[in-house]
Design a protein around this ligand. Structure first.
Ligand SMILES: CC(C)(COP(=O)(O)OP(=O)(O)OC[C@H]1O[C@@H](n2cnc3c(N)ncnc32)[C@H](O)[C@@H]1OP(=O)(O)O)[C@@H](O)C(=O)NCCC(=O)NCCS
Length: 218
């Protein structure tokens, strides 16, 4: 199965590692809006506009873009331009995924992460290196659990949320769609608005820029 990686930054390197370790795919290259070289990590580097217009023979795509809203938008653009392309869920072989967990299309689980029983990873969501999504939790569409973050049992992480590096969400706590929990913060009660929260316990720091949001109905 030929897979192409959209994005050519640091996150794309890690996604490439996951795909190579996962097996079963031939990496057909990277795609970026303005390629500055002919290759990236030893694979061909394609211009996005040309790639989407010419629609080469590719079976699958991984959207390796860390920004939640941009990742979601690019996925929608690819689906429109190349309707037959698949967005497989990708899992590093050292990750632990419960047989009772659900990984949605386009989601990715990095090395040493854990997705426990009855947890749901939304579409194009990221469970980054060493992150833990505990049992019965939901990670929304286009959301991101950064490296080393932990969501306790039955946590509800809304669409497009970022749980920062090393942050913790107490069991049962909800994060509103589009909200951000800063690096190292601990959410001990529900975060009910689209805002940035930091500290232990987490408190509201500022409003989030609402011009870019995840719209799962797109
Ligand atoms: C919370 C966060 C979103 C704020 O980003 P920002 O708006 O650019 O904030 P700034 O860096 O301008 O910092 C503003 C203030 O908040 C403080 N601050 C920033 N992040 C903080 C955090 N995680 N916890 C506590 N305080 C924080 C800064 O020290 C600064 O304080 P000051 O005004 O007293 O000097 C960001 O710092 C963060 O934690 N992002 C998570 C990143 C991450 O984990 N990404 C995943 C990559 S894989």
């Amino acid at each position: 199965m030929r897979i192409v990686i959209f994005g050519a930054g640091g996150h794309a390197k890690v996604v490439c590692d996951v795909i190579e370790a996962f097996g079963g795919f031939t990496v057909a290259g990277f795609v970026t809006p303005d390629p500055e070289a002919a290759t990236y990590l030893g694979y061909p580097l394609h211009r996005e506009e040309t790639f989407l217009r010419t629609g080469p023979a590719i079976d699958a795509a991984a959207i390796a873009i860390g920004d939640n809203a941009v990742r979601w938008r690019v996925a929608a653009q690819i689906r429109t331009a190349l309707p037959k392309i698949a967005f497989p869920a990708l899992v590093h072989p050292t990750a632990v995924i419960s047989s009772r967990a659900i990984l949605s299309e386009g989601s990715i689980v990095m090395a040493r992460a854990v997705v426990n029983a009855a947890a749901l990873v939304g579409r194009f969501a990221i469970v980054n290196t060493g992150a833990i999504l505990e049992h019965d939790s939901r990670l929304g569409d286009g959301a991101h659990l950064a490296p080393g973050s932990v969501v306790g049992g039955a946590g509800q992480i809304g669409d497009g949320c970022l749980v920062g590096i090393g942050a913790t969400v107490r069991p049962g706590v909800r994060m509103a769609a589009g909200s951000v929990l800063g690096a190292g913060a601990v959410a001990v009660s529900h975060l009910e608005e689209m805002a940035v929260f930091v500290g232990v316990p987490a408190v509201r720091m500022k409003q989030r820029n609402q011009t870019r949001t995840i719209a799962p109905e797109d």
